[in-house]
Design a protein around this ligand. Structure first.
Ligand code: HEC
Length: 153
């Protein structure tokens, strides 16, 4: 009996570890593999009150789509560690120009909401990654909304 309990506890521990282990650290290339292969973001849901392609503001593309993973779907701020928000930026002609990502990693950057920021080219080339001052300064106007610009969700 006791052995079974120990096994169950061990198994639960291993499962939790495996789930956390599945998510990449602050590594833009590993994150690209994660969002295109491990858990492809093209299958994620849109930001709840922002369905489909929407007009966007400078400096991002004139059109965009915003998708969120399950962890980021939980309503309210701040988002939990593991939350990923991805914005595809398009030209007026709906050509993909850049993929901008906010990925929350526990204790990564407590000064600015623990977000790991990345800007990729349309083919996954890393253009900016980490704690870019530009991203944080502008999104910082919404620090009370966990640096998320698009809505109050
Ligand atoms: C000058 C202001 C500004 C800068 C700089 C900026 N953003 Fe944004 N960002 C916005 C605005 C405004 C939105 C809302 C959507 C829109 O209008 O395009 C947004 C939306 C986003 C979103 C969707 C989630 C949200 O917050 O609404 C992501 C992801 C994102 N930006 C990532 C980035 C990354 C990564 C960088 C740096 C490479 C960056 N942003 C730089 C203004 C900015």
């Amino acid at each position: 009996m006791r052995i079974w309990i120990v096994c169950a506890v061990l198994l639960a521990g291993i499962t939790a570890f495996a789930q956390a282990g599945d998510m990449p650290g602050p590594d833009a290339e590993a994150l690209w593999t994660y969002i295109t292969k491990t858990d492809p973001y093209c299958k994620w849901e849109y930001w709840p009150d922002h369905q489909g392609m929407q007009p966007g503001r400078s400096p991002h593309g004139p059109m965009h789509e915003i998708r969120v993973n399950h962890t980021a779907m939980v309503k309210g701020h701040p988002k939990q560690a593991g939350a990923i928000v991805i914005k595809d930026n398009f030209s007026k002609e709906k050509k993909l120009l850049a993929v901008t990502v906010m990925y929350k990693i526990q204790d990564y950057n407590p000064m600015a909401g623990d977000w790991f920021w990345v800007k990729y080219g349309p083919d996954g080339t890393v253009l900016k990654a980490g704690k870019p001052k530009g991203c944080i300064a502008c999104h910082g106007s919404r620090a009370d909304m966990d640096y998320i610009m698009v809505s109050d969700h």
